[in-house]
Design a binder for this molecule. Structure first.
Ligand code: PLP
Length: 354
């Protein structure tokens, strides 16, 4: 049985899994909604997206994704307010960034309307999957990978674009202890660190595991050349508060242009918080920690929004951050999530009502 919404064909699942889901105990990204968007690139162009039941996919063992890792992804969320209206947050930025990542990985760029019309249709069909509990949301994972065959080390001639969604509870990591990295790198000049390319994350797992083995939860990435500059916190952008100034590094080849990051900068500035976008040295953070000027550090990204850091390790020394009553982290997290969930005025025009 198929229907059409917004010119998008919908093939509905025969049964729904939703009654088996415990919406009060959702982990992050581990149960998946009834439907997904599927869209193929073949014969030199992107075919029309379809909404189909969530299902496993079959690939040829020589599909290039397995050998050469051509894959990019996005992460975004849908929120329901108390009237059951559904909202996205700055979705156009995700579409644009997906295509920036795709271009860098020699993946054909996707027509923006396929993304947006397809996502709208998917969210309409799976609207019941968007949770309403405080702090929860529907996590949305759009991704593209090389499905075309052959061992030749060259871009594939076929790709798949898929969007899956996962109802998720609030992503509470607790306060994390991080290790400032002195050996490994996440990205390099001229590399692919600015892209949400799958392999970037695979490359982080091993150094992160080494940090976990030493008793930390996450790695603070430093620049690949000197390891003297702080760049990102795991797969999140990083903010440092020294005295009352909030500091984050400038985006570059190596630092991903996070939507949470730039939203935090704008909100902080609108609240009169002094913000500096500039390179941050490991030395100034260590010095500030020693003389009591380092007040906060936190990661910023769609999944956790803001993830506060309790302390860090550097050259076999551990530094604890103070426990403040009022933090920029909690103020900014509340401001951004209130906009996302339609609890406050959105003077920035970021909220996107479906
Ligand atoms: C996705 C991501 C971020 C955060 O980006 P958002 O748009 O805020 O979700 C930051 N750093 C890296 C490396 C990322 O992959």
């Amino acid at each position: 049985m198929s229907t059409i919404i917004n010119d998008i064909e919908i093939i509905k699942a025969e049964t729904s899994k939703i009654k088996d889901i415990d919406f009060d105990n959702l982990k992050f990204g581990s149960v998946f909604s009834d439907h997904m968007l599927e869209c193929d690139f073949k014969d030199g162009k992107w075919q029309k997206p379809k909404i189909v039941p969530y299902h496993p996919i079959t690939l040829d063992p020589s599909a290039k994704i397995f050998h050469y890792g051509q894959s990019v992804f996005e992460g975004m969320k849908a929120y329901k307010d108390t009237n059951n209206d559904v909202f996205l947050f700055r979705p156009t930025d995700n579409i644009k960034r997906l295509n920036i990542s795709a271009k860098r990985m020699a993946i054909p760029e996707l027509p923006e309307n396929y993304f947006m019309d397809g996502l709208k249709a998917l969210l309409k069909v799976d609207e019941a999957w968007i949770p309403t509990n405080e702090g929860s949301s529907l996590y949305i994972r759009p991704f593209i990978f090389a499905s075309g065959n052959g061992f030749h080390a060259s871009p594939a001639n076929e790709y798949k674009f898929i969007i899956c969604t996962a109802p998720s509870g609030s992503y509470f990591s607790g306060k994390v202890k991080v290790l400032i990295e002195e050996t490994y790198s996440r990205s390099a000049n001229g590399g692919v660190g600015f892209a949400k390319a799958g392999g970037n994350y695979a490359g982080q797992f091993y150094p992160t595991q080494l940090a976990i083995d030493k008793g930390y939860q996450q790695v603070i990435w430093t620049d690949d050349n000197t390891h003297e500059y702080i760049e990102e916190a795991g797969a999140m952008n990083i903010f440092v508060r020294i005295n009352d100034t909030l500091i984050t590094g400038p985006t570059s080849d190596r630092i991903l242009d996070g939507i949470t990051r730039k939203s935090i900068i704008a909100i902080a500035e609108s609240k009169g918080i002094p913000v500096e976008v500039r390179k941050i040295t490991v030395k100034e953070v260590v010095d500030a920690a020693k003389n009591g000027e380092l007040k906060e550090m936190f990661g910023a990204g769609t999944a956790a929004v803001i993830s506060p850091i309790a302390g860090f390790g550097y050259k076999n020394e551990d530094f604890d951050l103070p426990e403040l009553k009022e933090t920029y982290a909690s103020l900014l997290k509340k401001q951004i999530t209130d906009i996302q969930t339609n609890k406050s005025e959105d003077s920035f025009g970021w909220r996107y009502k479906l």
